[in-house]
Design a protein around this ligand. Structure first.
Ligand code: ARG
Length: 555
């Protein structure tokens, strides 16, 4: 059990959560500390005074052995032997379930992520939504929620008319069959470069034919869709990503009219230059466009229908949209429209916004076909991982397999390590560094732990009453903090907290590894250190697996 939780329960001060309890890197003053500065506002007293008063009411026990108030901090010393024994026993018994819980109690969380566009490249810009959403999906399941992964496919729009037109003019069946999404994309790019007014007209006509159910147009469309999905599936497999539903924008074709009717019945729909809109001026936003002047629906119309459908179908507790911050306004607008329609559950919709990913060599543009495909980033990472591993340990067996795990981990970790809202520049050298704050570093720490354990050979038995030294205790404290970290990550929709946690734990373990002998130690110290090693390995594995990253035995 995390003693921060224990402390918070005992303190019983409103608003103080385990996340408020600090873990000072130097245990001299205390193993845990509550900074009282935040409370000063609430209590209208100085932090020093608050710390002093809290100290006086806190009774020590067999878990918390000492409390002191220093400069506005309330410091706690804990029973180190007790915490160590409790945590290591718990990890040993829970194994890959350590950190999981049932706080979700089966409540449903829909997560809309990746949401690829049919016939368009799956580029580095889709990396974040895919791995962020994929990680949130795993985190929620780990916490006992019923997570529903939804790929809201971009499979609706005039671009498919263009594609059919381009295919009819320039395409060959065998070529497209063979080239898959790349061939389709080339056709699309060529259309944008070469189409004249007549072709633009034809494209509009083809789009109309798809809409009206024309067989040939729909067969072509379905074929393009299949080729796209076959392709993205290979990427999802590599990144450990799964979905429960692929209901995309087209799925809502026949579900939009009822929304439009409801909007009209509730007097929310206004005519503006022939188009139908919901006026959001009172809320400081531009109008939400529902129908164009030609009667066509829009992105927002389909999202309104989708949200209502999801509520009806899944009765979600929350519905998350993992989509880049460029779409902030779109989400604010349609969430507001649902609220105005009287859907009290509109408050349960969350736009999980994230920043842009670019490569060191600059920007990309989809239109002109100058775009970095995600598959190329992945292959390059695996290739580079091979070189890095080979250089470090050329004797290693199964180098290819290991490079695969390490390279894929680096792609995922590179996208997840930073606070999600930050724009990031993806650097191959950085994400594949053994020294930096990387998955490679964490995986290497696991390999080190594995090697210690396999050399020891002996069955590990945890000694009772062992008093950990400073380095050992830092590892213990970090281990104890894992379950709370998972809860925080879910609450803030921030897998980066788990990525950072893994690096922090690995750093603490490595410090311990360098300062303390393990295999050459004796008696209880040796047993304890082996148990600590095993628990660290397990916890690092659990953390990485919530990000979708594997751990090789050796490196
Ligand atoms: N396909 C869209 C895009 O690539 C993302 C869709 C996100 N989900 C949603 N329900 N709007 O921009």
């Amino acid at each position: 059990m995390d003693y921060r939780e224990y402390i918070v329960k005992k303190l019983n001060v409103e608003g103080v959560t385990p996340a408020d309890i600090a873990m000072p890197p130097n245990s001299e003053m205390g193993d845990y500390a509550l900074p009282c500065f935040k409370l000063a506002k609430v209590f209208r007293k100085s932090p020093v005074q608050i710390a002093e008063e809290l100290k006086n009411t806190f009774t020590v026990d067999e878990v918390i052995s000492e409390v002191s108030a220093v400069n506005g901090y309330l410091n706690f010393k804990v029973n180190k032997a007790g915490l160590a024994h409790e945590v290591l026993t718990k990890i040993e018994s829970e194994g890959s379930g350590y950190g999981s819980s049932n706080v979700g109690n089966g409540k449903t969380v829909c997560i809309d992520y990746s949401s690829v566009n049919i016939a368009k490249p799956f580029h580095i810009g889709h990396l974040s939504t895919t791995v962020l959403g994929g990680s949130l999906y795993k985190i929620y399941k780990f916490l006992g929620y019923n997570a529903v992964g939804i790929n809201h496919l971009g499979d609706y729009g005039t671009q498919f008319g263009k594609l059919i037109c381009a295919y009819k003019k320039w395409g060959k069946k065998e070529e497209v069959e063979k080239g898959g999404i790349h061939a389709i994309n080339n056709l699309y790019v060529r259309f944008n470069e070469e189409a004249d007014a007549q072709m633009e007209n034809e494209a509009r006509e083809y789009f109309r034919l798809i809409e009206s159910g024309d067989k040939e147009a729909n067969d072509l469309f379905e074929w393009f869709k299949k080729l796209t999905l076959d392709y993205v599936q290979t990427i999802y497999e590599k990144l450990n990503i799964t979905f429960d539903s692929y209901a995309g924008e087209r799925f809502y074709t026949d579900k939009m009219q009822p929304v439009v009717d409801e909007l009209r019945a509730k007097n929310l729909l206004k005519e503006s230059e022939g188009a139908s809109i919901v006026d959001l001026e009172p809320y400081g936003m531009p109008p939400c466009l529902i129908l164009r002047s030609d009667g066509a629906s829009l992105y927002a119309t389909r999202d309104l229908a989708a949200a209502i459908y999801r509520k009806d179908t899944y009765d979600f507790y929350k519905c998350l949209y993992v989509v880049a911050y460029q779409q902030n306004l779109h989400f604010k607008q349609f969430f507001k429209v649902l609220e105005l329609m009287g859907k009290e559950w509109a408050k349960d919709l969350v736009h999980v916004a994230y920043g842009m990913v670019s490569l060191e060599d600059g920007a990309m543009s989809t239109r002109k076909g100058k775009v970095v495909w995600l598959e190329d980033v992945i292959s390059k990472c695996i290739e580079k991982a091979y070189a890095v591993i080979n250089e470090k340990n050329s004797e290693l067996e199964n180098k290819e397999e290991i490079a695969q795990i390490v390279g894929l981990g680096a792609v995922i970790f590179g996208a997840l390590y930073n606070n999600k809202i930050k724009d990031i520049v993806f650097s191959y050298d950085k994400v594949l560094s053994f020294e930096g704050e990387t998955s490679v570093y964490v995986q290497y720490t696991c390999a080190r732990a594995n090697s210690v354990l396999s050399k020891s050979g002996a069955k590990i038995s945890l000694p009772a009453g062992y008093e950990p030294n400073a380095q050992e205790f830092e590892v213990v404290k970090a281990l104890a903090a894992f379950p709370q970290t998972v809860l925080d990550a879910a609450e803030k929709y921030e897998p980066s907290l788990i990525a950072r946690y893994a690096v922090d734990l690995a750093q603490k373990y490595n410090k311990f590894y360098i300062d303390c002998k393990i295999l050459a130690a004796e008696g209880d110290a040796k047993d304890f250190r082996l148990a600590l090693t095993k628990a660290t390995l397990q916890t690092l594995k659990n953390a990485l697996s919530l990000l979708g990253i594997g751990v090789p035995e050796k490196m």
